[in-house]
Design a protein. Sequence first.
Lengths: 314, 367, 277
Amino acid sequence: MNTTTLKVSDIKSGKKGESGVMGIAKQNAKISRYLVSPSVLLLLAWMLIPLSMTIYFSLIRFNLLYPGENEFVGLENFEFFVTDESFAAGMSNTLLLVGSVLLITVVLGVLISVVVNQAFWGRGIVRVMLISPFFIMPTVNALVWKNLLLHPVSGVFAAMWTFFGAEPVDWFTEYPLFSIIMIVSWQWLPFAILLLMTALQSLDQEQQEAARLDGAGPVDIFFHLTLPHLARPISVVVMIETIFLLSIFAEIFTTTSGGPGYETTNLAYLIYSQALLQFDVGLASAGGLIAVILANIAAFFLVRLVGKSLTEKN
Amino acid sequence: MAKLTIKDLKKSYGDVEILKGINLNIYDNEFVVFVGPSGCGKSTLLRSIAGLEEVSGGNIFIDDKDITDAAPAKRDLAMVFQSYALYPHMSVRENMAFALKLAKQPKHIIDKKIMDAAKILELDALLDRKPKELSGGQRQRVAIGRSIVRHPKVFLFDEPLSNLDAALRVQMRIELARLHHDLKATMIYVTHDQVEAMTLADKVVVLNKGRIEQVGSPMELYHNPTNIFVAGFLGMPKMSFLQAKVISANSLGLTVELSSGVDMCIPVSSDGIAKGSTVTVGIRPEHIQITDKNNSNFTGRLDVSEHLGSDTYCYVNTDANEQLTVRTPGYYQGKYGDTVGLQVDLRHCHVFNNDGQSLYKLNRSAA
Amino acid sequence: MLSIKQGKQLNTVLIGLLAWGVALVIFFPIFWMILTSFKTEIDAFATPPQLFFTPTLENYTLVNERSDYLRFAWNSVVVSFGSTAIGMLLAIPAAYSMVFYETKRTKSILLWMLSTKMLPSVGVLVPIYLLFKNLSLLDTRTGLIIIYTLINLPIMIWMVYTYFKEIPKDVLEAARMDGATLFQEIWQVLLPMSKGGLASTVLLSLILSWNEAFWSLNLTASQAAPLTALIASYSSPEGLFWAKLSAVSTLACAPILIFGWISQKQLVRGLSFGAVK
């Protein structure tokens, strides 16, 4: 009963009068939608340009020491890289390093964060001390451990060993990979603690009280309430640590330089040494691609595992 | 002067049509309320008027000027949001000044406008506070103040009272009515609360599934709903609906037989209603009375009674096990399970055909 | 038998002792580094290591003379702040667009951005090195800023995205109704409302850039080397000056350590891409 009886002439005059402001809303929305493009384009370039160059280099002979001989060699570089004894060592060291550090940081991280989540005197200071190593730069970390702590003569560990009547250990010579795992774990343990501690604070108190009323002891509560609650943050820790641990470099560079032999050479360091120490770009590129593939295999599972739930939760 | 005209407005998200062609005229100084169940499109309609949603078709005019594609700020409208949407990092004063500053108005004029608005809304003492230091009602007032200072052609309100507690809601409702009277402005108000719609509106627009069901004054909608949806939506407690079969139709009205076997002659137009067809009879709680069993249209069994003090609402089951809501005086003392007599005021009964459309009442003036 | 109350108190004490013990062990290397920085070189190399000694500040005064500390520190500052500033300039509009103008592809774009973090730096080391060589970006601060911006951008966008996600859309719409332009809406309404989150994004980016040690070691030499590279130079035999190494290290880590302490709570969200709050 109230439908409009507007005349056509009204519409026309209206449109003419407003031509200056017409479409500003739509235009703004359009601009806003494209505000993401600079970042997308940059990241796309960052991914595609070097990656396609790597693929190209990996298929040609390219040594900076012998310029001009850039003929196509097919998969020869890959064959060389993979069959060299350094590759097997690099692969297994990478996996050992990533796996051990993940295990150590997650297990200790869960235990420590559960302890620190209780109320006790000086909790704030304890928290600060626990997370500090994360903010130390990797090169400092490596040198402090190498020279001040693990030094076979005047390191703190040597002093402790002597104090208990044992023979001091030359860590980086006798247990090189173990030493690297130790110092990398020291650096990343705080990350796990920081995330898990925060996650624990959102643990449902009432749920715990209900469990206690049902007769559950601390151990039951830990396994049936706390651990399930931490499943998601743990997966986040695993994902992010994996990203960074796959390319651990500075710690090895400053302590062992990959040695002795290939004992502490991981893929990252191996490629670095091929490229910048032996100037074999083709070989290094093949190695780089293998590292990319390896990371993508890890990423495939991790992003599926964690990334999906990240966006869904939002 | 501010007249708003909406012509065949359509809005869809992907395949989902939210607004399916809205035609509406809103006149100067009118207080118009959009009401309907959630998902009916009332908020989308308001946001389209505001310019916050791109429409898929149709036009919106303010004073015959097409604003369908104009930027929100160019429409000369102000909006009060459900969440108030105050700028949390600005004081009350800055919140109200923001639009004026963006419009580059001189400072002394801004100050004057803010003082005027603050006086109307009793915000004088709160001007330097931040929104988080205010109560819900005060925030609401700031949100309104932010609209007032702009002297817009049309005020838009998106469920502005739904975040307030019951007592405050009543108070703000009265203040809004007073504000409308004082400002003499055109206001469009969205709510799902029919009490707000009935009390505030000059004109109520009932929306359902993206379509306008009926437009009219609150009383018109209450007494003469055009269809079963509007009839059921307005009124607290709801109108009771009974299934019935048409026995005979003549110039005095329609004689129907209820499922419970009772015959009734209701004075509605019987145009186009065939004998034997099924219809729905709608009766409001105040149009049934509980009477002596022997002196009644029919009987029913008393279910639950709700005592509100002034009134008692009785839920009565008919013999066909249909539920009727009956308003009785506050002192009514019926017991659960009692058999009671029911007297229906036939002049006020509504009859809806198979499509849910209301049959024209023969005694409309009685409304 | 202990009463429940006494048992609880004992528990608290034991847990406290355990926590303090663990914390002291974990913090010890940092403590020892700071301590050593106040020793003379002779004390620093003493066997067994000395806990008590006559402190000296000479290492700190010598650090700059010997290694031009300030130049490296300045490089670190320029590179960290430069890449953070550019990163924010890119991340804020990107996150704004993805949060408030979400499309069907937004989620895939976010996940894809995250996955670029999975691209190991070594995989692209060679081409970047050669590109930088050709573009004369090797050993320049500009080059490092470009790299740091790119490697931190996904994290920054994610962080800002999670913070913007919490801003009620209504408030921005109110600004739009009030006549704010796109720029005014972002600058005068959105950014002030999310300044806490933006600050922690800036902090995280600063920390990551400050401590980055793959690209800085491979792409810089004498001119643009930041502190991470300076410290690494102490791994050569001349780095046997442990007290000085400790002093340099303490100086290099102190600002970030303090930043980290202050912002630990906000950092969690960024570090976990918003998955842990």
